[in-house]
Design a protein around this ligand. Sequence first.
Ligand code: ZN
Length: 207
Amino acid sequence: MDKYLNEVEKELLALVNYHRKDYENTKLKQGGLHPDDIKILEELNNAVEFVNSIAKGRKEREQEKYQPIITQCPDCNVEKQRVPIYEQKNEHGYMTNIYQCAECNIEFTDGKPNNAKDQLHALEELINFIEKNKKDFNKIPAEMKKELAQFKIQYANFKQKCEAEEKSFKIFKQTEQELDKAIIQWRDYLLFAKVNKQWGNAPIGKS
Ligand SMILES: [Zn+2]
């Protein structure tokens, strides 16, 4: 889980561990743990769990991004489930997944945008292209019209979904920034307490 923690969070966890042991040892030397002490130690345990839950969330989001997808190698034509190895912007400016073929060892892309925002742009461009070239598709006008209408509905629904997701992502980012600030304050507080060998008197947020 360490891979999903940033430096401040790692420092915070190390400091929590230090204080947990230090506090426990001091109190045991003084004659044992009182219910209030147990509460303080529980608070420290909660801090560890909280930071770990942030890391877990990051891991889940990354796993979501790297789902296996059935792709066909353009070289040997082997079609199978592959996990993207990284992502890259293509010539149209869309972020696409890069896969590796185990058979012939080449890297390739399926050319599809890998995120909702770019998918939306690609759909928009396709609709514009069809609209512009409508008269060239004259042979099947009725069918074409029907399909285009359906396509536009799908596009509108998808756009709505994307906008809702973007809104909740913005809220998520805002919350994450506030959490980052709180974690820095926590770290500073525990560091102050460690350096000054005192507990409970450290000024919060004055680093
Ligand atoms: Zn291949």
